[in-house]
Design a binder for this molecule. Structure first.
Ligand code: NAD
Length: 256
């Protein structure tokens, strides 16, 4: 039986990079995003052309009904869910000093980036444990896409940093809870990746890269993250459950 992955925010940017890597490995996909299906048709076709089945679920990860629809679609369409990739995430709409961060922005970012991943993981983990109990050799894993912002403090987007730091603990908690049942849980921590999210700060990072901000002197690409996730999904790092996989071009290496 083919394996099935659910990727939130899977139709563009890093999520799409992950979707392509997994599709090239023959894994069927359930992709979630905010856009109506009509708006992502070309992307879905492109992935289908790689030889896998692809389902799309429009909806907000912060919404309980939408999360149920995502896991429900995997089970109803494919009969199983092997891998959950918690990738959907947003930056604050407005950058504000931590002393002026609004409660509204805090709620929005935490709801999407952290609450969505927490409660989607609950649903997915239960489906995975059920399958583990009934299907022999059933492979399952949860992968959280966080950010170097989990540890690097940006005082003008604190809510984003806190949401990603929370994801680090979510990874530890789930890894500890699910390890004995053979469900690996990992955190993939990208640095600065060229996507719509970072298009507004392109000139800033072009200059910083020129000045040596990263050890590897280039922008990260969605496929860099895709390759790391594929290694985890393939089971190459099975004995490393709960760990952080850095995909940051050496950005966070302490240098003197
Ligand atoms: P992006 O803005 O290009 O794509 C985000 C995707 O998430 C989109 O498909 C969007 O529809 C979806 N999404 C947004 N809000 C959603 C919601 N409420 N419910 C469901 N889907 C939603 O961003 P990206 O750069 O590809 O980022 C993907 C993830 O990687 C995010 O969690 C982000 O925080 C993280 N990240 C990005 C970078 C970077 O430099 N781009 C670095 C580190 C971490």
């Amino acid at each position: 039986m083919k394996q099935v992955a659910l990727i939130t925010g899977g139709t563009r940017g890093i999520g799409l990079g992950i979707a392509k890597s997994l599709a090239q490995h023959g894994i069927d996909l359930v992709l979630n995003g905010m856009r109506p299906e009509e708006g992502v048709k070309v992307v879905l076709e492109e992935l289908t052309n790689l030889g896998v089945s692809v389902k799309y679920v429009q909806g907000n990860v912060a919404d309980d009904e939408a999360r149920k629809a995502m896991v429900g679609t995997a089970i109803e369409s494919f009969g199983q869910l092997n891998f959950l990739i918690n990738n959907a995430g947003v930056a604050p709409l407005e950058r504000n000093d931590i002393l002026n961060m609004t409660e509204e922005s805090y709620d929005r970012v935490m709801d999407i980036n952290l609450k969505g991943a927490v409660f989607l993981s609950q649903l997915a983990a239960k489906a995975m444990l059920n399958a583990k109990a009934t299907v022999s050799n059933f492979e399952a894993a949860i992968i959280n896409v966080s950010s170097v912002s989990a540890t690097l403090a940006s005082v003008n987007r604190g809510e984003y940093c806190m949401s990603k730091a929370g994801m680090a603990m979510l990874t530890s908690l789930l890894a500890a809870r699910l390890g004995a049942d053979g469900v690996g849980v990992y955190e993939v921590r990208p640095g600065v990746i060229a996507t719509d999210m970072t298009s507004g700060v392109q000139a800033k990072y072009d200059a910083l890269i020129e000045e040596g901000l990263f050890v590897t002197p280039r922008w990260g690409l969605p496929e860099d993250v895709g390759k790391a996730v594929l290694a985890l999904v393939r089971g190459d790092l099975k004995y490393s459950t709960g760990q952080v996989i850095m995909v940051d071009g050496g950005m966070t290496i302490g240098r003197l």
